[in-house]
Write a protein that binds this ligand. Sequence first.
Ligand SMILES: NC(=O)c1ccc[n+]([C@@H]2O[C@H](COP(=O)([O-])OP(=O)(O)OC[C@H]3O[C@@H](n4cnc5c(N)ncnc54)[C@H](OP(=O)(O)O)[C@@H]3O)[C@@H](O)[C@H]2O)c1
Length: 284
Amino acid sequence: MITGRTRVTGIIGHPLSHSLSPQMHNAAFRSLDMDWVYVPFPVRPEKLGRAVRGLEALNVRGVNVTIPHKEAVIEYVDELHETASLIGAVNTLEFDDGTVRGYNTDADGCLRALEEVTSVRNSSVLILGAGGAARACAFRLALAGASGILILNRTPERAHSLAGDIGEKLGFDVSSGGYDLIPEAAVDADIIIDTTPVGMHPHTDDEALVTAELMHEGMVVYDLVYNPVRTVLLREAEKASAVPVSGLKMLVYQGAESFRIWTGRKAPVDVMEEAVLEGLWRKD
Ligand SMILES: NC(=O)c1ccc[n+]([C@@H]2O[C@H](COP(=O)([O-])OP(=O)(O)OC[C@H]3O[C@@H](n4cnc5c(N)ncnc54)[C@H](OP(=O)(O)O)[C@@H]3O)[C@@H](O)[C@H]2O)c1
């Protein structure tokens, strides 16, 4: 029940109809018996500045920021967290007594899902794709002490550009190229992260960018796609006795970190994961 004391959080983006974050966060608030609510706020690009100021004026505690605003919103942030500043994208705003703070919890979510099954420090990582998600993961893994990062993309120039940016900002030497390098790169990797939409619903029968013959036992194979949970890439990983990691984990852990920033409390990640699974199931 909404009361006079209810704290408000939410998400801004456009469109928002497919977002599972409202279900995930409201389930978390309910499970901890908190008088909080999470609301979807569809915001068109030309209204972004007014929306951020309005949310702050309305005493909203914080919001997630999604496509297409993750980069543009930085202009309206007073204090930018270090990782968000390096990546150049914000997915979480916190409103604190007139101050707007910006964070990138996608990066932390990406790392936490991996750290659950392996240690990133001294691992050699192959990243497929060079868009926004690749950027958040690549910067975070470089900061976490990966021994090497190779970024391959359909458009190699974007991979070169991301690698160059990480080199410039962190002094971390990242290699880059096109998908023609996948066969030789995959066999040497400890961790493969697919940040492309390949295999995403409804294209669940796409051919995986890396197939089982190129994987090895114990290698970690992480697909950021979470619909379906068991993607074509993760099915290949199972065939090779590799360790599959679903994008569902990143979704839940980025949400958990936003939850912690707003509430100061540890997020109930099992409840959040269950809510996302239920949301996915209802969609199908
Ligand atoms: N689990 C999570 O919490 C989470 C969070 C963020 C994103 N994601 C998922 O990650 C994926 C990428 O998101 P994004 O924001 O990074 O998107 P983006 O900025 O549009 O980047 C997409 C990347 O995938 C490549 N790509 C697109 N279609 C491809 C295809 N058919 N074959 C091979 N490569 C292809 C693109 O290559 P070009 O440069 O050549 O176009 C680009 O590098 C989406 O599926 C999204 O749902 C998941």
